[in-house]
Design a binder for this molecule. Structure first.
Ligand code: SRM
Ligand code: SF4
Length: 583
């Protein structure tokens, strides 16, 4: 039981952080050394600088015993997903100059580059710094990119929640000068001049683990607010932001073989006024800093502290630090997961275009020259750019007379408008997985398009093509595409096998449950087909797929389908019996 603050570093990473002199370690020496990679300690510290040392796992297969070739993933931090056109173009230039020629929008509204070699790291980070972009704290045991609903509708509440997102992000950005010393040189523009070398919030050992915060607009859960360490759900009256309902202890990661690791939705902690929100967030972060598990990284996320303590004890600890009590949670409108696709009037005479980017990967491939086309539109029309937590992009602040010319450019580059794509594709997410992710057990980003193609055929045959439901795939159970809140999810198990989950809620408010295990990729849709048939025949009016599976019970559905050939009449007798019991 965690009854008092754990102060000392017990594990390897804890000792490393403590001895690192605020994230320096031997990174400078290793950066200059004549080697294509950093040692194990360097690799851990690099994460705090937004860098992952990786090797291409496709190449690894062919390299056999030959020496591994290393490259780096670099993640930039984009609070609320908001970028200027110049910042977008800086990312695009660097993707071509130093990375693998693609850009990857992440599920937390950041950009990732893959395939940068060690010798190009400084040049890449310097160029980003010149565009006022940082990668500091994009990874590592700190507060990661703060996510926020990015829709640019003209509305004072949206402006306020975006401003609060930036405030929280700035407040919790590490203060160490190590990043600037190492990557930028002191003469370059300083994004976040720290007053002192001390980390006033984090201390020498930073947090026990990564920490995630997101802000949701009233009624719109595009950020999946219940899956965050801290979720802030804006509460408004007409055009006035009243404050936030605060949710704590969400998280997705689990391990297939460790039953004491699990996804969890956050608990409602209370309500806080806008002017107090940064103080409350800081108090929560310090509770996790002091009581989070520092001896076992598998149990170090704040969700395990909530699980162990319960929300009442956690609230008491937060309130003790604040010196005042949180208000009771305020009533909220029901949530939806809005994609913000298509052309939309912003309400200020300008328009924005939400484009669906398949699995967040911006690349030129075949007829579809997405990267070049986006570059052409952004260079010519200079729209604002916003990245969404659904791995998509919004081009904002567009004058009405530019709508048609932009449509034409997109058409020339083979880029479809979202409304011409299937709903199931637009509502799908996949994590990066192979070939770069060192933790991937199976494919995700490269495999989901084919699975979606097969699902599209199935759904069209059943007359369900207009049915919105979320489909998410990850290459391992860590849950980077937040699979455990989806209506339907495929979670990598081994090289070609997945666990299927069903019964989540499209609006991110309920966890799904395992339905079938060890299903080969080629059989995923075959395994889901009988469920889709039942859904089509037996759903209630307006009922979503996940809600249907949840209502009837996943175990019961599984049992019925396992006992019958889905064409048999008897299946319906059993279902009638089940429905009668559930009533
Ligand atoms: Fe993640 C680790 C990619 C969002 C849970 N995640 C990783 C690493 C860095 C692999 C590693 O540690 O070696 C992946 C890099 C792959 C690559 O080659 O690029 C990776 N995670 C991603 C991204 C890029 C997925 C995507 O396709 O968009 C997302 C980057 C977000 C960002 O911009 O900051 C990403 N990761 C998430 C999310 C979703 C979210 O944050 O909303 C989760 C689930 C929520 C949560 O944190 O609980 C998530 N990633 C994990 C975990 C499991 C953590 C846990 O509590 O157990 C790991 C593994 C770990 O930390 O040990 C992980
Ligand atoms: Fe890698 Fe697993 Fe995250 Fe996918 S879910 S990016 S495979 S860690």
């Amino acid at each position: 039981m965690s009854t008092r603050p754990k102060s000392s570093a017990s594990g390897g990473v804890e000792a490393l952080k403590e001895a690192s002199n605020y994230l320096r370690g031997a990174l400078s020496e290793q950066l200059q050394a004549d080697s294509d990679h950093f040692d194990e300690e360097g690799k851990q510290l690099l994460k705090f600088h937004g860098l992952y040392q990786q090797n291409d796992r496709d190449q690894r297969k062919t390299e056999r015993r030959a020496a591994k070739s290393y490259s780096f993933m670099l993640r930039t931090r984009v609070p609320g997903g908001v970028l200027t056109p110049e910042q977008y173009l800086a990312h695009d230039d660097l993707a071509q100059r130093y990375a693998n020629g693609t850009l990857r929008i992440t599920t937390r509204q950041c950009f990732q580059f893959h395939g940068i070699i060690k010798g190009d790291l400084q040049a890449t980070i310097r160029a980003l710094n010149e565009a006022l972009i940082t990668s500091l704290g994009a990874c590592g045991d700190v507060v990661r990119n703060v996510a926020c609903c990015p829709a640019p509708f003209q509305d004072p509440i949206r402006e306020q929640i975006q401003a609060i997102t930036r405030q929280i992000s700035d407040h919790l950005l590490p203060r160490t000068r190590a990043y600037h010393e190492l990557w930028i040189d002191n003469e370059k523009i300083d994004l976040t001049p720290p007053e002192t070398e001390v980390e006033p919030i984090y201390g020498k050992t930073y947090l026990p683990r990564k920490f995630k915060i997101a802000v949701a607009y009233p009624g719109d859960n595009c950020v999946d607010v219940y899956t965050q360490d801290i979720g802030l759900i804006a509460v408004a009256y007409q055009t006035q932001l009243l404050g936030f309902n605060v949710v704590v202890g969400g998280g997705m990661g689990m391990n297939h073989t460790k039953a004491d690791t699990f996804p969890r939705l956050g608990d409602l902690l209370g309500f806080v006024a806008p002017e107090q929100v940064v103080q409350v967030v800081e108090a929560i972060v310090t509770v996790q800093r002091d009581y989070g598990n520092r001896s076992d990284r598998k149990h170090a996320r704040m969700k395990y502290l909530l699980h162990e303590w319960g929300v009442d004890r956690f609230r008491a600890e937060v309130e003790g630090r604040l010196g005042w009590s949180l208000q009771s949670p305020a009533p909220m409108p029901p949530l939806e997961n809005e994609l913000h696709h298509g052309w939309n009037a912003q309400g200020d005479g300008r328009w924005f275009l939400g484009l669906s980017i398949e699995n967040g990967r911006i690349k030129d491939e075949g007829e579809m020259r997405l990267r070049s086309g986006l570059r052409a539109v952004i260079e010519t029309f200079r729209p604002g750019v916003r990245l969404t937590p659904n791995q998509d992009i919004l081009l904002t602040d567009i004058a009405p007379h530019d709508i048609e010319p932009i449509n034409q450019v997109l058409h020339q580059f083979g880029i479809p408008l979202p409304l011409s794509l299937s709903l199931v594709q637009r509502n799908s997410l996949a994590c990066v997985a192979l070939p770069t992710c060192g933790l991937a057990l199976a494919e995700a980003e490269r495999a989901l398009p084919e699975v979606i193609d097969a699902l599209e055929v199935e759904l069209a045959q059943l007359g369900l093509a207009d049915e919105p439901f979320t489909v998410r795939m990850t290459g391992c159970p860590n849950g980077c595409a937040r699979p455990y809140v989806a209506d339907l999810a495929f979670v990598g198990r081994s090289a070609d096998a997945y666990m299927i989950f069903v019964g989540g809620a499209s609006n991110g408010t309920r966890l799904n449950r395992p339905y079938k295990d060890l299903v080969k990729r080629a059989q995923l849709v075959d395994e889901v087909r009988p469920l889709l048939h039942l859904f089509q025949k037996r759903r209630q009016p307006g009922e979503r797929f996940g809600d249907f599976c949840y209502r009837l019970g996943i175990d019961a559905l599984q049992q019925i389908l396992d006992n019958h050939d889905s064409t048999e009449e008897t299946i319906h007798d059993d279902l009638d019996a089940l429905v009668a019991v559930k009533r």
